[in-house]
Design a binder for this molecule. Structure first.
Ligand code: FAD
Length: 365
């Protein structure tokens, strides 16, 4: 790409789940984006979170868990720019990349995910490894395969924390794994699912610390309620979603946590030419999860075309409840839907089938 990039008619930021579905849908329809349109993403692949635990447990290869972006972009006439956006000035319809390059846009769509919040003070004496971005996490995990840590702490006992703990148990059999929750395990799921998950953790010899908020990390020591509890080699953050600082300073209407407020058309509340979807966005009744990001993708694909053509936009209706399938990393899965919960190999096979089918659908060949 030239250093002085001219105005781009359409810029997609982040190859999240929603943009992946958008690009695939455009390729199927034969839609070609206006000349000069871009997809900006740090990595040349889009990684699928649903298969990350299986990758770490050795059940999948990296190629099965990611989609190459260059060919997908080319199919819809977009240029792939492997870079990270560092700021957006919504009022000027401009953004800046981490290397300082400025890009002006007519229409922008953000699907750049979220980072794990650090909810405690720390003196940087221990490596804090976010569950995302996945390429970074995978590089760290590959180093652990060569030099296994004696002890790992995972902070956050939601679905991602549980799945990572179970997957790392298989991958690093000699490592002691401790899972910390400020409240209870899988608090947003039915109590029966939490009980099943708790049994799984116990059988896997993973120590669960409930009602144990980490206050601080000092000199390599984790403190809970001011008491020293653990001296692990590294800390994995599976603490949910936090918005990057640049969203808050973008001039876009954001909620109190910095997530971009959008309407049912997946469009910014105060900038008609800016769309946002997935974890970077804030929409009532829409949790931050891959399931909802994927569903938004198909509405976004149509709405971006409609916006470019000046046609009416469609609406995204969040489903009231979603099927949750949590990998136990050994081929089994925990399943919940509304108040129902179960576990077993059948649920595991169903999850594998759904995940592999999703990836098959996103590939061009
Ligand atoms: C281990 C784990 C397992 C999970 N399993 C599931 C599951 O089974 N089901 C489920 O529903 N949810 C799951 N989740 C949650 C799920 O990953 C997220 O909710 C989902 O990925 C959000 O998708 P998204 O479309 O918002 O963007 P993401 O998938 O987060 O992708 C964002 C993209 O934007 C890029 N990006 C980030 N910052 C920038 C920037 N500044 N400039 C340009 N590009 C940028 C990133 O590199 C990435 O490619 C899991 C999460 C984890 C951590």
């Amino acid at each position: 790409m030239q250093k002085n990039t001219p105005n781009a008619p359409l810029v997609l930021v982040g190859a999240g789940h929603a943009h992946l579905v958008t690009l695939r849908q455009w390729a199927t329809k034969g839609f070609s984006a206006p000349a000069g349109s871009l997809l900006i993403n740090p990595d040349p692949h889009a990684w699928y979170s649903g298969m990350m635990p299986g990758l770490i447990a050795g059940r999948f290869q990296p190629e099965q868990c990611r989609i190459p972006l260059a060919s997908l972009c080319a199919a819809s006439g977009l240029e792939l720019v492997c870079a990270a956006v560092s700021s957006i000035t919504a009022d000027n319809s401009a953004l800046e990349l981490a290397d300082g390059q400025r890009i002006a846009f007519d229409t922008l769509s953000l699907n750049s995910g979220a980072k794990a919040p650090v909810l405690f003070e720390h003196d940087q004496s221990l490596a804090l490894i976010g569950a995302k971005p996945f390429p970074h996490f995978i590089r760290q995990w590959q180093q652990w395969l060569t030099t296994p840590p004696r002890q790992l702490a995972i902070v956050g006992a939601g679905a991602a924390g549980f799945e990572l703990a179970m997957a790392l148990r298989i991958s690093l059999p000699g490592t002691q794994i401790d899972l910390f929750s400020s409240g209870t395990l899988l608090a947003s799921h039915p109590p029966r699912l939490a009980r099943l998950a708790s049994n799984r953790l116990r059988k896997a010899q993973i120590t669960l610390h409930e009602h144990s908020p980490i206050d601080r990390i000092t000199s390599g020591q984790l403190y809970v309620k001011q008491q020293p509890v653990l001296q692990p080699q590294a800390v994995i953050l599976a603490t949910g979603t936090a918005a990057p600082d640049w969203q808050q300073h973008s001039g876009l209407n954001c909620d109190t946590e910095g997530f971009i407020r959008i309407d049912s058309h997946l469009r910014s509340l105060d900038h008609d030419n800016i769309f946002a979807s997935g974890d970077c966005a804030s929409l009532p009744q829409t949790p931050h999860s891959g399931v909802y990001a994927v569903r938004q993708g198909s509405v976004l694909a149509d709405n971006l075309i409609a916006h470019l053509q000046g046609s009416p936009l469609g609406s995204f209706q969040p489903q009231s409840k979603a099927l949750a399938l949590l990998s136990c990393a050994d081929g089994r899965a925990l399943l919940s839907y509304g108040p129902l919960a179960s576990e077993g190999k059948l649920a595991g096979r169903f999850k594998d089938w759904l995940d592999l089918r999703f990836m098959q659908q996103q590939r061009l060949t």
